[in-house]
Design a protein around this ligand. Structure first.
Ligand code: PAF
Length: 290
């Protein structure tokens, strides 16, 4: 496994592998890797191509007062996880290498970026879309493997790839969870043992929403949301729900009558557990044909 720090060297390596007919599978990350990332690397490995993982804590997707400075970093541990998962190259640039020439260009996926997380983190998805567009131009992957936990990020990137005709296929892999249902995240490291235990309730309320829609055919999204909020208060009163929304999984439009909606439904939430902000979601096909 090689560690590459320069943009031009990564581009040459990717050009070389492409010229020999190899496929390139890419896992973009901000490091502090966990089992969820490893599962993305295994998915990349399954393509049979060269596997590239990037480790870069991207400053432009953090807002003022967010956790950029304290975001956990441990490159040696990350490199070990990558090696075990069969990664061929880690792309690990400095911020000065990625943003060397006073950039004046950014990528904004309108509308989708302003909803849900976008209301709480203005500018976040422009930072994400811009850095991922750059990473795609640097790594030149055939496939890019990302976790389903970041559903809105996936919707934004899917639209960017389609609108800008990137020749990269987005492969979305299932969220990996702790035993109590808590979605794995690098930010879970901020939680105390008690908070970590309580945070398992978030997955419970997502499942409860899905149950009401698929089994009870709930016709009023507001009632489903209210029931979820009540249940969370009952199970884990210390957790503060910031949003719990029922939308389609493409443009993230609200679905007022979910019981009769046909297609993929996304229930997504954000919650504060102490000072830590967590996101999670559940995605399911509602009223499938046949
Ligand atoms: O999901 C992440 O870790 C980041 O948002 C990404 C896609 C690596 C861009 O910095």
């Amino acid at each position: 496994m090689k560690v590459v720090k320069e943009v031009s060297v990564m581009q040459e390596i990717s050009d070389y592998h492409r010229s020999t007919g190899r496929k390139i599978a890419f896992v973009p990350t901000m490091g502090y890797l966990h089992e969820g990332h490893a599962s993305l690397m295994f998915s990349a490995k399954e393509t049979g191509g060269i596997v590239v993982a990037s480790i870069f804590v991207n400053p432009t997707q953090f807002g003022k007062g967010e956790d950029f400075d304290k975001y956990p970093r441990d490159f040696r541990r990350d490199a070990h996880i990558c090696e075990k998962a069969g990664v061929d190259y880690i792309f690990h640039p400095e911020a000065s290498e990625m943003y060397s020439n006073r950039p004046l260009t950014s990528v904004t996926v309108k509308e989708i970026s302003d909803k849900l997380e976008g209301k709480f983190r203005p500018g976040h998805f422009t930072g994400v879309a811009t850095v991922v567009a750059k990473l795609i131009n640097i790594v030149k992957p055939h496939t890019m493997h990302m976790g389903s936990k970041d559903a809105q990020q996936n919707a934004v990137l899917k639209k960017m790839i389609s609108d800008l005709n990137f020749d990269t296929k987005l492969v979305i892999c299932q969220t990996v969870r702790e035993e109590n249902g808590l979605a794995m995240s690098s930010r879970n490291t901020y939680l105390t043992a008690e908070q970590r235990e309580n945070a398992g309730s978030l997955y419970r309320i997502l499942n409860e929403g899905m149950r009401q829609i698929t089994e009870e055919k709930a016709t009023d999204a507001e009632a489903v949301k209210a029931r979820a909020a009540d249940l969370l208060k009952e199970l884990s009163p210390g957790i503060e729900l910031q949003y719990y929304e029922i939308t389609d999984n493409e443009l993230l439009e609200p679905i007022p009558d979910p019981g009769s909606f046909k297609g993929e439904i996304l229930i997504s939430l954000a919650a504060k557990c102490g000072t830590t902000r967590l996101i999670d979601n559940i995605i399911f096909e509602n009223n499938p044909k046949g």
